[in-house]
Design a protein. Structure first.
Length: 134
């Protein structure tokens, strides 16, 4: 037992387990490397005011990623989608980027529609990313 094990007790896995079985009816796929490149470019424009937060708009045309202030944005077209509806989320860019990087596939599948989290899936793996609140 050490410092890292102590931190695990602060964030029990039981708090995220319900999200594993929650069906999110909206799903999009984007190219992983294109998404990582976009996040790197947006990261350049973040300020301490943003607290690592970015805004992601799910639109019929693709994923639009913004700085929180809205002064920089980029559109990434989907490579596939199911039941897309316009929706906006706020998420921590460093956590989101780490989850995207951990995906070994060429495409990232993002499930959205829950007010608290998004899911990313590949194979039998489900990743949960908490959303930021205003």
């Amino acid at each position: 037992k050490g410092p890292k094990m102590t931190e695990l007790l602060d964030f029990p896995v039981t708090d995220i387990r319900p999200f594993l079985s929650v069906e999110m009816e909206h799903k999009v796929r984007v190219n992983k490397q294109a998404l990582l490149n976009l996040l790197e470019r947006i990261l350049i424009f973040l300020t301490p005011y943003d607290k690592n937060g970015i805004r992601i708009d799910f639109t019929k045309d693709g994923l639009r990623v913004w700085t929180i202030k809205g002064d920089n944005n980029e559109l990434l077209p989907y490579s596939g989608s199911e039941n897309v509806v316009d929706s906006t989320i706020k998420i921590d860019i460093t956590n989101f980027k780490a989850l995207v990087s951990a995906n070994p596939e060429e495409e990232v599948t993002i499930h959205y529609g829950n007010p608290n989290a998004i899911k990313m899936t590949f194979g039998n793996v489900i990743q949960i990313a908490a959303l930021q609140v205003d």
